[in-house]
Ligand binder design. Structure first.
Ligand SMILES: C[S@@+](CC[C@H](N)C(=O)[O-])C[C@H]1O[C@@H](n2cnc3c(N)ncnc32)[C@H](O)[C@@H]1O
Length: 283
């Protein structure tokens, strides 16, 4: 393009693509050239550099680690919202949580719930989970709830930890939950401390080792795997299944059909799957 401030060659794009894939698993296709140009131009300007060549050489140099985080943060797509694909939260409330309350009353299960929001972006997904859990579990029953919220983008994790968003972001939150869990000062909304205490925000790159020990009742990995190739998607789903309790539930994004190939996952609703080890035994 003529009016570009920096020269951006096909070879620059190819190198960015290789670096992004190697560091994040994100598989950038050809039509992402404009996006890459505009996001990395900002980094080049911020560093006072003159060209993509200079920037990419710096990134690959011995000192490139300083920039690695900002490079990755610039390349992620963080689109999210409260109660996105709300049918998942209906299932969480009406099937998973209500069933667990019943089991606990009959002394068949403990009162411990572990949920993972994997690829949580700025935190709207884990806060939606927290609101759903807090509004469903009986308040006086002393439930032990932990929501792990992970992402590769450190800026997003900082927003999540703050629990502070623009007021216009609260659109999807139902009025009764707004009243109970959100403080609105006109310009901003702030999640109440009782929700923040349920969530642990942590950096986790799906391409690295996962320092996750406990098993989960529910894993949300939504609108993340679409950025990965098929091989990576299959590897991730396999690892999620390993980390789910028997009958644990995996929610994925509506475009992430890969999960349907797993013989030990039973489709229980729109982009919602339940672990069924008997299916695994049968192949
Ligand atoms: C589009 S957002 C989805 C947010 C949320 N799950 C939702 O559905 O609203 C995708 C998120 O995946 C994260 N992501 C991309 N690659 C990742 C990786 N290799 N490891 C961990 N998170 C990654 C991005 O930083 C981004 O915040």
């Amino acid at each position: 393009m003529e009016d570009r401030q920096f020269k951006f060659r096909e070879s620059d794009f190819k190198l960015v693509r290789k670096l992004v894939y190697g560091r994040t698993g994100i598989d950038l296709n050809e039509n992402k050239q404009e996006m890459v140009y505009s996001r990395l131009s900002r980094r080049i300007r911020a560093l006072g550099m003159r060209s993509f060549t200079q920037y990419l050489a710096f990134l690959e140099s011995a000192n490139g680690d300083q920039e690695a985080g900002d490079f990755v943060n610039s390349m992620t797509t963080n689109l999210t919202r409260f109660f996105r694909e709300s049918h998942h939260f209906d299932y969480l409330r009406n099937d998973v949580l209500k069933h667990r309350v019943e089991q606990a009353r009959q002394k068949q299960r403990d009162k411990k719930i572990r949920i993972w929001s994997a690829g949580c972006s700025s935190g709207m997904e884990p806060y939606t989970i927290a609101m759903t859990v807090a509004a469903t579990l009986p308040a006086r029953e002393n439930w032990d709830v932990q929501i792990l919220a992970t992402d590769i983008d450190t800026n997003m994790l900082d927003t999540g930890k703050s629990g502070k968003y623009r007021s216009r972001d609260c659109e999807g939150i139902p009025a009764p939950l707004m009243k109970r869990f959100v403080i609105n000062d006109g310009d901003h909304i702030q999640m109440v401390d009782s929700l923040k205490q349920m969530i642990r925000f942590k950096y986790l790159n799906f391409m690295d080792e996962w320092p996750v020990k406990s098993k989960f009742d529910v894993i949300f990995c939504r609108n993340v795997m679409i950025y990965f190739d098929k091989k990576t998607q299959e590897r991730l789903v396999g690892k999620f299944v390993e980390l789910l309790q028997p009958h644990g539930v995996l929610f994925v994004g509506h475009a992430e059909a890969i999960v349907a190939n797993f013989s030990n996952l039973r489709n229980v609703g729109r982009s919602s799957f339940k672990v069924d080890r008997r299916l695994q035994e049968c192949g």
